[in-house]
Design a protein around this ligand. Structure first.
Ligand SMILES: [Fe+2]
Length: 282
């Protein structure tokens, strides 16, 4: 019996999965197998490298717990999260970007205009705007789920000094689609570098800093939700964000407040969100 070629082996594996009953799962599995095999052939992957890969993924999984999601971090620094967002972007809607590893569902619903953090978290900033459909019509009952790190660069779940849900909140619009909340001016922060993903970045000679941002998931009945950020236009990391999350359309000035602005804020940022109608389901 002659030795099997890599191509023959790949075909044999694909055949073994060709009977997967669910058609979408069949497509995902066979495409993954094809690309994975092609990767090993193209790089002439050694046994040691294969094992190093297995150990890296094992360590990545072992680093995950209820508060740390090293796999999302890995997906983020490889630009994979951004790619998936890109592929699934809705035409005419606000651009989306990475969810990131620090989202926590279940943040408290707050009254419009409320402060999401503590007075000492950072420079008080009013964030406001409107949620509309692509025609510019305001969306009633739109929900903004927002979160950000404190001035020390840490999210509440990374920092025992912060109470749960600090710098997080949910805001629901009225018929005018308008929203506003009091946040802090966002700061750059390093993504966690003490795990396998930090090691990967060091091996690649890349820094681990994120461009300063406020997170938002914006949703409304009958519309496609958008997971996005508001970026600070004056930030140094806009061109080299470690997770490839920056999009020009999401960058906003955080201007110093002036006469006519509420006296308790130092900066004002304005960001409107556009949601596309959800596809018909049937
Ligand atoms: Fe973030």
């Amino acid at each position: 019996m002659s030795a099997m070629t890599p191509d023959q082996l790949t075909e044999q594996v694909l055949t073994a999965y060709a009977g997967t009953p669910d058609p979408r799962l069949r497509q995902l599995l066979t495409s993954l197998i094809r690309h994975l095999h092609a990767f090993a052939v193209e790089t002439r992957l050694t046994r040691e490298e294969w094992l190093a890969g297995v150990e890296f993924l094992t360590a990545t999984g072992q680093r995950c717990d209820s508060e740390r999601q090293e796999f999302i971090l890995l997906s983020d620094v490889l630009g994979f999260s951004s790619l998936v967002e890109e592929i699934n972007a809705a035409q005419g809607a606000t651009e989306s970007t990475v969810l990131g590893p620090f989202y926590v569902p279940g943040a408290p619903v707050r009254a419009m205009g409320d402060r999401i953090g503590r007075p000492d978290d950072g420079s008080p900033t009013l964030v406001r705007g409107q949620v509309t459909n692509p025609a510019g019509e305001p969306l009633d009952g739109a929900t903004l789920d927002v979160w950000q790190s404190s001035g020390n660069g840490l999210y509440d779940i990374q920092d025992p000094q912060q109470p749960p849900f600090n710098l997080r909140g949910v805001f629901v619009t009225g018929p005018d689609g308008a929203y506003e909340f009091r946040a802090i001016r966002p700061v750059s922060y390093p993504i966690p570098a003490d795990g396998p993903v930090g090691g990967l970045l060091r091996s690649a000679g890349r820094h681990n800093w994120r461009a300063a941002h406020i997170h938002a998931i914006v949703s409304a009945p009958g519309h496609r939700p958008v997971t996005t950020h508001i970026f600070d236009a004056e930030n140094t990391y806009l061109d080299s964000d470690t997770v490839f999350g920056v999009k020009d359309s999401l960058i906003r000035p955080f201007r110093p407040s002036g006469p006519g602005d509420p006296p308790d804020v130092s900066y004002v940022a304005e960001m409107d969100f556009v949601l596309a109608p959800a596809p018909e389901t049937g």
